[in-house]
Design a protein around this ligand. Structure first.
Ligand code: IFM
Length: 458
């Protein structure tokens, strides 16, 4: 941290009312997968597939946050953080995906929200962070439009039950829910499809639009509704026309197929060029884009690293068999440091470019919250790599603010170490270390560092 007058240098550019937060998600921390009427999600099923998750791990116990939440909220309070972003597990609240509401599941989130408010922490609730009820996947999952309708019903149920949540996030990272889950197959439900994955991406956006409309109808005073996208600038690995075109395809797949319908009421013009051989887009219906692009009160941006993209042969030469992840691009691994403990590039400039690029392309861009940013490493407590990463990314945020982007807050991913999806528990993102055998929580050096940053900003 570069200090001027005892404060981090980046603090000067950030607004006085900047929101400092931490984030988690339900399946990654709660455990208690069979408690109080919760039904299986696609992640419970996927974790049972041999080889799907490192070391055969699952979220069955995770951080046992379902029972230990008061201790975890005390850790947030100890940071002095003003906000906590958590997600609600659909299979706890509506175990079958539609129909019967499970009051005991809702009660857990009521207790959580009350606990946050008692501690003076503002709740940011995400309604979908990847844990689709398995019962809905059995009926087609996000490939089918009905799931979007069911999502809106579930969203309305949660919204009605949870008074005291000023910020609602419909979806977390629809790219991962659709392309990583239905095309790359690396996430639940583990499918490798073309048309089906693109249908999933569209239906997630329709679900966002339907849920937003339902929440708006009933919004309490001051409530704000947004959506969170994971964004990675796609950088050509070389100036060649081939790599430049490959980076543009990557940008379409990861970023623009979500930003453009949400923020500009249109699918990108090159969608048909990239995907026209695998899909006729027959899942799109008149009126969908109007629904999807309804005004947002804020946009959540999750940023970790940029993607360096090079042209490559398709994995599957026959277009009829191609997945929506097979776009003739390979990502070029980092040539050397700086990389995170997981080997991810550390390029804070990518966050600056993401924020300023969004503002440049979308003049009416709503206020932005960085709803996730963080560093994955091992189980070290003296996590200097994480401190350096966070410091540099906060500086990049401040630079974007200084250049006119309306960024209102920053949420560090994550409060505590947790279940890192297909990587299992070995990849740790927490400010707080979790010993999974004993469930003992130990704040890392970065926790103390972030506490001091927040203190300097208050
Ligand atoms: O752990 C995930 C989170 O669930 C979604 N965004 C990225 C994080 C780190 O991989």
């Amino acid at each position: 941290m570069t200090a001027t007058d005892g404060r981090p240098a980046f603090m000067g550019a950030l607004p006085q009312e900047f929101v400092w937060g931490v984030a988690t998600s339900a399946y990654q921390i709660e455990g208690a997968v069979g408690a109080d009427g919760r039904a299986p999600s696609i992640w419970d099923a996927f974790c049972r597939v041999p080889g799907a998750v490192a070391a055969g791990e699952s979220g069955e116990h995770a951080c046992d946050h379902y029972h230990r939440w008061p201790e975890d909220l005390d850790l947030i309070a100890g940071l002095g953080a003003g906000a906590y972003r958590f997600s609600v597990a659909w299979p706890r609240v509506v175990p079958g995906g539609d129909g019967r509401v499970n009051r005991r599941g809702l009660d857990f989130y009521r207790r959580l929200v009350d606990g946050l408010r008692e501690r003076g922490i503002t709740p940011f609730a995400t309604l979908y962070h990847w844990d689709l009820p398995q019962a809905l996947e059995d009926r087609g999952g996000w490939r089918v439009r009905d799931t979007a309708e069911r999502f809106a019903d579930y969203a309305a149920t949660v919204h009605e039950a949870l008074d005291g949540v000023p910020y609602w996030i419909t979806l977390n990272e629809p790219y991962c829910s659709s392309i990583t889950g239905y095309a790359e197959g690396r996430h639940a439900p583990g499918a490798r499809e073309g048309h089906g994955a693109l249908a999933a991406a569209h239906h997630l956006l329709v679900g966002h639009g339907l849920a937003t409309a339902r929440l708006r109808e009933r919004a309490r005073k001051g409530e704000r509704i947004g959506v969170t996208l994971n964004m990675s600038p796609a950088v050509p690995a070389s100036p060649s026309p081939e790599d430049t075109a490959a980076a543009r395809r990557m940008d379409l797949m990861v970023n623009r197929q979500f930003t453009e319908p949400l923020l500009a009421a249109a699918y990108p013009g090159d969608m048909a060029e990239v995907y026209g051989e695998i899909s006729d887009f027959s899942f799109r219906r008149p009126g969908d884009l109007g629904l999807i692009s309804a005004p947002l009160d804020f946009l959540g941006v999750n940023y970790y690293y940029p993607i360096h993209a090079a042209a490559a042969p398709y994995d599957q030469p026959d277009p009829a068999l191609r997945t929506a992840y097979d776009i003739g691009v390979r990502t070029v691994p980092p040539a050397g440091p700086p990389v995170s403990g997981l080997g991810w590039r550390v390029e804070p400039r990518g966050l600056y470019d993401t924020l300023t690029g969004l503002a440049a392309r979308h003049p009416g861009l709503p206020p932005v919250f960085i709803t996730e940013n963080g560093y994955g490493g091992g189980d070290e407590l003296d996590d200097t790599g994480r401190i350096s990463y966070l410091d540099q990314h906060l500086a990049a945020t401040a630079d974007a603010v200084a250049d006119g982007v309306d960024v209102r807050g920053y949420f560090c991913w994550s409060l505590i170490d947790n279940f890192e999806w297909a990587r299992g528990y070995a990849a740790r993102f927490g400010l707080v270390h979790v010993d999974y055998a004993t469930q003992v929580r130990t704040p890392k050096a970065a926790y103390h560092w972030y506490r001091d940053v927040i203190g300097a900003g208050s």
